[in-house]
Ligand binder design. Structure first.
Ligand code: TYM
Length: 332
């Protein structure tokens, strides 16, 4: 059984459909044949300012949603990044083999620091991808299930692993990104050429897993499409309709083109109405389970404690190898 690892930030009250279809669904599906490590990355979250109470609540909400969608705490180690100190410890070592210019090329830093200006962004935001590399390399995973927007971070991770391995001694496995083409990038319903994102300008473009299902249905019915009123899967010419078809396809397991065929001679209203029903049927039980899990914090604490224990057992071993190879004296 090969290891897989991934992470998600607790920076919203709910995960959205981009997170779910782009990454989290694969977290669930990979459990059967792999040994998974899945974490809520609270240390990444504080690279931008967070309200402490809200951060703590969102961390619990994240864990509850993972369990509710089918990440099984028996088969998968579900944990919080800050419960495993080796992440920050390895990040320091990797900071020291990353070139400043190399870190500067990361496009997410450019995007996220664009608003306030680079001078106001935290140094933590700048070194964010290096902490992510540490998250991954500690577990020597074969695959990292993520959406398309993480590809550049995975490339940096592989570069750093290779550099460490050649400079010192083979220590890290070079991980492969696990990105499913059909759902690699889910788009904003109101602005279908931008990715669905928690930092979007309007909540109308985002479907949250924990939203009232009636609200989600309404968002789908108000999704931006185009004016030629022909249902066809063509992401370049018809980004809005194609995004709806991609979501439909992912939730039903049918190809998007085939679904488009069902609507020959019918309008966008029919497609949206049917997709709204599919989405409501999907989110209603998931949301109920997540909200029920949130009623028992000590049960969630137990899940996270057992996940962290399994994670530390693996991570501490890798960190010990790293410390040894860079020449740190072993403490008595
Ligand atoms: P985050 O928290 O922004 O997103 C979590 C996952 O959701 C995917 N995703 C999308 N996929 C398709 N379409 C979208 N519109 C969409 N929006 C988000 C992301 O690609 C991601 O897989 N840096 C990471 C967190 C992280 C991590 C890690 C991931 C920290 N350490 C180690 C993997 C391994 C992030 O900010 O994801």
């Amino acid at each position: 059984r090969q290891r897989v690892l991934s992470g998600i930030q607790p920076t919203a009250d709910s995960f959205h459909f981009g997170n779910y279809l782009g990454a989290l669904r694969q977290w669930v599906n990979l459990q059967d044949e792999h040994e998974p490590f899945y974490m809520v990355v609270d240390q990444h979250a504080i690279t931008v300012e967070q309200d402490p109470k809200v951060l703590r609540e969102r961390t619990y909400r994240s864990a509850a949603q993972l369990v509710a969608m089918g990440v099984d705490p028996e088969r998968s180690a579900i944990f919080v990044q800050s419960h495993v100190p080796a992440h920050a410890q390895l990040a320091w070592v990797l900071n020291c083999i990353t070139a400043f210019g190399e870190a500067r090329r990361m496009t997410q830093f450019k995007d996220k620091s664009a608003k306030g200006g680079e001078g106001a962004a935290s140094v933590g935001l700048f070194t964010y991808p290096i902490l992510q590399a540490a998250d991954i390399l500690l577990y020597r995973p074969a695959y990292v299930p993520v959406g398309e927007d993480q590809r550049q971070h995975l490339e940096l991770t592989r570069d750093l692993a290779h550099r460490f391995n050649t400079r010192y001694k083979k220590t890290f496995r070079l991980p492969e990104p696990y990105i499913l083409k059909e759902t690699a990038k889910i788009y904003d319903l109101q602005n279908p050429t931008a990715k669905m994102s928690k930092s979007a300008s309007s909540p109308a473009g985002i479907i949250d897993l924990l939203d009232d299902p009636k609200v989600s249905a309404k968002k789908i019915r108000s999704a931006v499409t185009d004016s030629d009123a022909v249902v066809a899967f063509d992401p370049v010419a018809k980004p809005g309709v194609s995004n709806l078809l991609s979501i439909f396809a992912a939730l039903t397991g049918r190809p998007a083109e085939e679904i488009a065929g069902d609507y020959a001679g019918r309008g966008y209203g029919d497609l949206k109405g049917d997709l709204a029903d599919v989405v409501v049927a999907f989110v209603t039980p998931l949301r109920d389970r997540a909200l029920a899990l949130l009623e028992d914090r000590s049960a969630l604490d137990e899940v996270l404690a057992s996940g962290a224990e399994r994670a530390r057992a693996v991570a501490d071993r890798t960190l010990a190898d790293v410390y040894d190879r860079v020449g740190f004296v072993r403490p008595l």
